[in-house]
Design a protein around this ligand. Structure first.
Ligand code: FES
Length: 261
C-alpha cells in the first residue's frame, strides 16, 4: 500500500518510482502493431495475388467486387474500382481497434496516456475517458463483433474449401495454414468481452434465469477464451498476416504449395 502511494506521487510525463523496465511492454506493442498494421495495409491495397486455388487470403474473404475471380466472388459490386479487401476492412479494423485489450495497448503505446501503471502522464488536459468524441465511438465494439462474426463464418467456409482441390479432396500446407488461422481468429472472437457479456451478462442467478443452463455453459466457454484474450489477440493478428503472406507467395509463384495428402 505504501509503495503504491509513493509510486503514484511521481509526477510528470514518464516519471515514476518503478524500477522495472516498464517501457518494454508499450514499446513492444508500438513496434508489433506498427509492423502488422503496415503489412496488412500493404496487403489489402495490393488487390492481387490473394487467391491460389483453393486458398483465399483471409484479408479478402468474403470476396466482393468485379475483380474477384468468378469461383470465389460473393457479390459483383461492379462500381468498385479498387482492391476488394478494402470493402470489408473497416469491419476488421473497427473490431480490433475498439477491442478492450487493444485499446489499453495502443493508448499506452501510441498516446502514452498513460505510458504504464504508476508512470507519470501528460498534464494539463482534461481527462474525459471514452465519454466524448471520438473515443465515445469505442462503445460501438459490440456491433463490430456482430459484423466480424459474419466474416468469421466465411473464413470457416474458406478453410473447409481449402480441402478441395481440382483433383478432389486433399490436404496441402495451405489447408493447414488457413485452418490454424481461422482457429486463432475464433479463439480471439469467442473471448471478446462483449460476447461474454452478451451470453452471460445481466444475470444474477443462472439457475433462476430463462435458458440459464445454456447461458451458463456459453458464458463458461467465453470465459475460457477470455482469460487469455491478449494472447489470442496477438497470435491471431500475427498469424493472419502470415496466412496472407503464404497465399500470396503461392499465388505469385514464388513458392509451391506442398500437398500432404
Ligand atoms: S474485447 Fe477484444 S475482441 Fe471484444
Amino acid at each position: 500500500m505504501e509503495a503504491s502511494v509513493a509510486i503514484s506521487r511521481a509526477e510528470g510525463l514518464g516519471r515514476t518510482l518503478r524500477r522495472d523496465r516498464w517501457w518494454v511492454a508499450p514499446l513492444s506493442v508500438a513496434v508489433g502493431l506498427g509492423i502488422c498494421g503496415a503489412y496488412a495495409t500493404w496487403a489489402i491495397f495490393q488487390g492481387r495475388n490473394y487467391f491460389a486455388e483453393p486458398y483465399l487470403s483471409p484479408f479478402y474473404s468474403p470476396c466482393l467486387g468485379a475483380q474477384c475471380p468468378e469461383e470465389i466472388r460473393l457479390l459483383e459490386f461492379g462500381w468498385w474500382p479498387m482492391s476488394p479487401a478494402i470493402l470489408l476492412m473497416w469491419v476488421i479494423l473497427g473490431f480490433r481497434g475498439t477491442c478492450y485489450y487493444y485499446r489499453k495497448a495502443y493508448y499506452r503505446a501510441y498516446f502514452i496516456d498513460p505510458p504504464a501503471c504508476a508512470v507519470g502522464e501528460h498534464r494539463g488536459h482534461r481527462y474525459r475517458g471514452e465519454t466524448a468524441f471520438p473515443f465515445v465511438l469505442q462503445n460501438l465494439h459490440r456491433y463490430f463483433l456482430y459484423l466480424s462474426a459474419f466474416i468469421l463464418a466465411f473464413l470457416w467456409y474458406d478453410s473447409l474449401k481449402a480441402f478441395f482441390f481440382e483433383d478432389g479432396f486433399g490436404v496441402g500446407v495451405g489447408t493447414i495454414v488457413l485452418l490454424v488461422n481461422v482457429g486463432l481468429l475464433t479463439g480471439y472472437t469467442f473471448g471478446c468481452h462483449s460476447l461474454r457479456h452478451l451470453v452471460g451478462g445481466n444475470v444474477d442467478c443462472y439457475s433462476c434465469a430463462q435458458f440459464g443452463d445454456g447461458r451458463h455453459r456459453l458464458w463458461r466457454g467465453a470465459t475460457f477464451f477470455n482469460r487469455n484474450h491478449m494472447a489470442w489477440a496477438w497470435t491471431s493478428l500475427i498469424y493472419v498476416c502470415l496466412a496472407d503472406l503464404y497465399v500470396r507467395l503461392v499465388a505469385s509463384g514464388i513458392i509451391t504449395d506442398l500437398r500432404i495428402l
